[in-house]
Design a protein around this ligand. Structure first.
Ligand SMILES: *Cc1c(COP(=O)(O)O)cnc(C)c1O
Length: 459
């Protein structure tokens, strides 16, 4: 039944609204008491698919531009179905040589795609946040090691706070990972030279000198409001000079490495100690999909190896147990959708898709600049355009409320999805077109709908 309904549903994504609020009434059909005697599989699944295809947020279609949300390529979706079909216990080589081998292969392909050294270790995670947990757990082990403490067995008791330095471009998930790791979300210090958050290298340099280089530097490749990036190579120089750990958040920005038009932004990533990226964003693999790469894989096994046992197979031994290299124990065969999509479209297919999105975002930026009632607030970088609605005659102090209300109206309308965020103290739109289905016509629709709804809002 799911397979039968999939075709018509996927075909409808191109034209249907992203969300139809009227359909939320159907959600009641999911509710009710736990049945004593069940409905049977056919009736239960029929209900789920009927309610789901109507009431879902159709974010895998081409016009979901809120936050940074990817779609799912046909091959990735089929790979994901295969992962459910085979239902592998993908933590141990013993329980699934298939899943372990596929993970090893896709990690190698991804390193190649991003220009990371093949010697890097890695592990697939459910998300970039969990990839931060993996990478920063390694950083924490490295840092505690400097005090002669094995943090995996002893914990952090008795140690000072681990210094973590970044620019104002840092994503909230980095703080969340630090919070999970017991390092404290507020121990992260930002060094910014302007209200856009761009890094103050001199101030960070001084701070690194003060702590004798025993610190973690977080470089951000692709910020969520503007697509802006830290100068990764400069931060790599700083980290190297002071002997600090360099962690790079490239959740979606790492894909800059795929095109010669943007590869300069990713220069220096290959010098990182740990790197985070997402599969469910620009790779267009279904949720949940992330990856962590670590220069010295030994840190992954020290941070996550079971029972404190360092575990790494010998060089050339494929019998790797990925649950000893990452935060999860039992896990699904997350490699299969990644394998399917990389095998299907290859390096060239992905480069073409990334470049199409660069063009779509640039086109959106040009439309905004040409519209008298829209104001572009930052240069378009990667796949994000940051702007606000600014019709003539509305005073500056009313613009935040006007844009917030317009954002709500846009989400209620549902034809195109883009809400607001805060950038340099302003309420702004920052749509991110990175779904494989998205074309220039879809961002034209966004601008049309915004300018249609704008005049209906009064503040
Ligand atoms: C989305 C995002 C994250 C967090 O990713 P999740 O997959 O949602 O955990 C981290 N950093 C940046 C820059 C992001 O865009």
């Amino acid at each position: 039944m799911v397979a039968r309904e999939a075709g018509p549903y996927l075909d409808s994504l191109r034209e249907r609204p992203v969300h139809d609020g009227a359909m939320d009434a159907l959600l009641d059909e999911l509710d009710g008491p736990l049945p004593a005697a069940g409905d049977g599989a056919v009736a239960a699944v029929e209900r789920l698919v009927r309610v789901g295809t109507a009431a879902a947020t159709h974010s895998s279609g081409p016009r979901f531009f809120h936050f940074v949300v990817g779609g799912s390529t046909p091959a990735a979706m089929a790979g994901d179905w295969t992962a459910s079909l085979l239902d592998q216990a993908a933590g141990l080589w013993l329980t699934s040589p298939l899943a372990a081998r596929a993970e090893t292969v896709v990690l190698r392909w991804l390193k190649e795609l991003f220009g990371l050294p093949t010697a890097f270790g890695g592990v697939l995670t459910p998300s970039a946040t969990l990839a931060h947990v993996a990478g920063l757990a390694c950083a924490r082990s490295w840092w505690a090691d400097g005090y002669g403490v094995d943090v995996t067995s002893r914990g952090l008791a008795g140690l000072p706070a681990m210094p973590v330095f970044s620019s104002g471009l840092v994503h909230v998930s980095t703080r969340k990972a630090l919070q999970i790791l017991g390092c404290g979300r507020d121990t992260l210090r930002t060094f910014a030279r302007d209200d856009a958050g761009r890094v103050d290298l001199a101030a960070m340099d001084e701070a690194l000198a003060r702590v004798g280089g025993r610190a973690v530097v977080v470089a951000n490749l692709g910020e969520v409001n503007t697509g802006d990036s830290d100068p990764v190579a400069d931060l790599a120089d700083l980290a190297e000079r002071h002997g600090a750990w360099l962690h790079v958040d490239g959740a979606f920005g790492l894909f800059a490495a795929l095109s010669p038009r943007t590869a300069h932004l990713a220069r220096g990533v290959e010098r990182a100690d740990s790197v985070t990226a997402d599969g469910h964003k620009w790779l267009n693999v279904p949720y949940e999909s992330g990856f962590s790469f670590v220069r010295d894989a030994g840190w992954l096994s020290r941070a996550f190896g079971a029972w404190g046992a360092a575990y790494l197979p010998d060089e050339g031994d494929d019998r790797v147990n990925y649950n000893m290299l990452g935060p999860e124990s039992s896990r699904r065969a997350r490699a299969l959708p990644i394998w399917a999509t990389l095998r299907a479209y290859g390096r060239d297919g992905y480069r073409e898709m990334v470049e199409r999105h660069l063009d779509v975002a640039a086109h959106l930026g040009a439309l905004v600049e040409a519209a008298p009632d829209l104001e572009l607030l930052a240069p378009v970088q990667l796949c994000i355009a940051c702007f606000r609605y600014r019709p003539e005659g509305v005073p500056e102090e009313r613009l935040d409320e006007l844009n917030a209300r317009l954002g709500e109206a846009l989400l209620r309308d549902g034809r195109v999805y883009a809400g607001t965020s805060t950038y340099r103290g302003m309420t702004v739109f920052r749509p991110a077109p990175l779904n494989w289905r998205t074309t220039k016509a879809d961002v034209e629709r966004l601008v049309d709908v915004l300018r249609e709804l704008g005049p209906t809002i009064t503040v």
